[in-house]
Design a protein around this ligand. Structure first.
Ligand code: ADP
Ligand code: ASP
Ligand code: MG
Length: 439
């Protein structure tokens, strides 16, 4: 079985939903389809939540009404028959009345999760009804019944595998299985989600759980490009990536993939293919277990990084010092991305600053602490094994005019990372593209 995931732009209009339905009705084998909310909807739902947090029900109702009007028109445009149009409009009315009910109750982060889940619930309902209207044997499976996170808010893979397989077993003989990306239940059975962009993660978890032949991520661009197309001109799709390379690029900012979605596919050995719904015949990018020797693949950038430097002439590199420093970050559930050490200091980076002031006051017992905000990690990915001489020099040489704050190399054979100021991000990405890909 193939798993196909379509992102927000791919289901962003009734016309696009029709195009998606053409792509998923493969006659040869059943397909598992994961859908995002229509583009803009998750943001609108978060805006509604924000009004409700701020105790402004009128503001929330204005957005709810606008969204409802838009969806009612979408339903008119999508369905050919009044039967399916009315069925869907009835469902939509119930959905929007449900959203209105939140304007009358005490609002917490629990309610926000429920509100934000409605985007995917609506899009999957609309597409399933459309497929049924077209005579396709399709069934809608609620992700809330089989996608679950554990007490650490990580996907509970054993639960997902068991329950995804049970869903197929209980619903045999369908041509298309549809489910919501992004949404899940947590360890306490509450509605939760896999964070922004999480539909990619849902697709990879399902693909791994069902040992599918391939996971296809359909989006609005023809695969993983060799640099960020939002920042650099002339970027090109990368035909193939090794699992680890794709994981590094996703984690270090290539927005096309959710930061941790590659892990389940890698562990299950299921290839992931990135494809373009606007250009379905373009080859895209295949992510699999083949490591191509001697090639640099791509560059990505992770924004909003904070750099912390601890200097101590007394204790540094005494045994146990680094452990004590890392334990402080661990106790605040704050992960560290880059680390560089010297005889007199250690620098490291974090992207979650919610406990920064507590962390800093604890670190101060070990030395002088300095903080730099608004930094960016620039990550070059490819075959950077020590046998492959030359690439590191080329990457460093490209940055001769950029003030580089930290360099990390050797943590894996696939990645060299540079920490630069946000103001230097564009110049750094452009210089690397020119030097590494002759762009
Ligand atoms: P979807 O809604 O389908 O999940 P996203 O907006 O999350 O789509 O991801 C696709 C977008 O990722 C592209 O439109 C592109 O602007 C952006 N992007 C950032 N870096 C890259 C990259 N290296 N390769 C391709 N796309 C990238
Ligand atoms: N709809 C969610 C978001 O906008 C999840 C996704 O699209 O992947 O983040
Ligand atoms: Mg996405």
């Amino acid at each position: 079985m193939k798993v196909m995931k379509f992102g927000g732009t791919s289901v962003g209009t009734p016309q696009r939903m029709k195009e998606v339905c053409k792509l998923i009705t493969s006659p040869t084998q059943p397909t598992f389809v994961v859908l995002s909310a229509m583009s803009g909807t998750t943001n609108a739902l978060l805006e509604i939540s924000d009004y409700l947090y701020k105790k402004n029900p009128e503001g929330a109702n204005t957005i709810i009404n606008q969204l409802e009007q838009k969806y009612m028109l979408h339903a008119q445009e999508l369905y050919a028959t009044s039967e399916y149009c009315e069925l869907t409009q009835k469902f939509l009315r119930e959905e929007f009345n449900y959203l209105r009910s939140f304007t009358k109750i005490l609002f917490t982060s629990f309610e926000e999760k429920v509100i934000v889940a409605q985007g995917e619930i609506i899009s999957t309902n609309m597409v399933t009804n459309y497929l049924k209207e077209c005579g396709v044997k399709a069934v809608l499976l609620s992700a809330l019944d089989f996608i679950r996170t554990d007490k650490n808010a990580e996907p509970d893979f054993n639960y997902i595998r068991e329950h995804a397989q049970k869903q197929l077993h209980d619903n045999p003989d369908y041509q298309v299985y549809i489910t919501q990306g992004f949404i899940c239940r947590n360890a306490y059975s509450e509605i939760d989600n896999l964070l922004r962009g999480g539909s990619d993660y849902t697709a990879c978890l399902i693909g791994a759980a069902l040992q599918s032949e391939e996971i296809q991520i359909w989006t609005d661009i023809d695969g993983m490009h060799n640099n960020d197309p939002r920042v650099v001109e002339g970027t090109k799709p990368v035909p193939q990536l090794y699992f680890e390379e794709a994981a590094e690029l996703a984690y270090f900012g290539a927005k096309i993939l959710h930061p941790t979605c590659i892990q389940p596919a890698k562990f299950a050995g299921v290839p992931v293919r990135l494809l373009n719904t606007m250009d379905p015949t373009a080859p895209g990018t295949i992510i699999n277990n083949e490591m191509q020797q001697g090639t640099l693949k791509a560059v990505a950038a992770k924004d909003d990084i904070t750099c912390i430097q601890i200097q101590s002439s007394r204790m540094l590199l005494a045994h146990g010092f680094l452990r004590k420093v890392f334990e402080i970050f661990e106790s605040y559930k704050t992960s560290i991305d880059m680390v560089c050490t010297s005889e007199v200091g250690v620098s490291l980076t974090i992207d979650n600053t919610s406990h920064l002031s507590d962390i800093l006051s604890e670190l101060k017992q070990y030395g002088t602490v300095q903080v730099e905000e608004d930094m960016v990690i620039i990550c070059v990915v490819g075959d950077l094994s020590t046998d492959n001489v030359g690439f590191v020099t080329r990457a460093c040489d490209a940055l001769r005019d950029v003030p580089v704050r930290m360099i990390s190399y050797g943590g894996s054979n696939h990645n060299i990372s540079f920490l630069v100021r946000k103001a230097d991000k564009k110049q750094t990405l452009q210089a690397l593209s020119q030097s590494l890909f002759n762009a």
